[in-house]
Design a protein. Structure first.
Length: 158
């Protein structure tokens, strides 16, 4: 049997800015994992986490919460899961910034990675299917392409 081709995710273009952020988020998560594996200084990894959190993740979460989740009822399972994962990530970042440690950093890497997979595979397809065209247009009008560019110089992951 021929190996099955993986279906590429066809993202509605009105959600592109968030999916674009997700690419950067996956790179971020991978760098944390590599840094720990290569025994980088946890304080140096912590500095990078603070940078990425302050300059990218806070804004990304706010966008998702303001423009996407606000369209779902509070008791919606996907909304509850998304918010719960945001707060789990927020708490983990907070703990790391107070006292960085390898286990916490690995945990953050997994949380961010899995959260992005969930949004790309479950939440976004659901929204594309269930929101009205008008709602999706409003999202498209509200989302701006992020001008954030990850230029962190200390490549502890190498
Ligand atoms: Fe999210
Ligand atoms: Fe996201």
């Amino acid at each position: 049997m021929e190996p099955q081709k993986k279906d590429p995710i066809r993202r509605d273009e009105r959600l592109y800015p968030l999916s674009h952020d997700h690419h950067g988020g996956l790179v971020f998560a991978l760098r944390l994992k590599k840094g720990v594996t290569k025994n980088a200084d946890v304080n140096e990894i912590g500095d990078y986490i603070r940078y990425f959190w302050d300059n990218e993740l806070v804004r990304h979460f706010q966008d998702e919460e303001a423009y996407l989740l606000s369209l779902l009822p509070d008791d919606h399972e996907l909304k509850k899961q998304t918010l719960q994962e945001h707060s789990q990530i927020r708490d983990t970042v907070d703990q790391i910034l107070r006292a960085p440690g390898k286990e916490k950093i690995m945990n953050l890497s997994t949380l961010v990675n899995d959260h992005i997979r969930f949004e790309e595979r479950v939440l976004f397809p659901y929204l594309e299917k269930n929101l009205s065209n008008k709602q999706l247009n409003d999202i498209g009008d509200s989302l701006m392409d992020s001008d954030f560019c990850d230029t962190w110089e200390n490549q502890f992951w190498k």
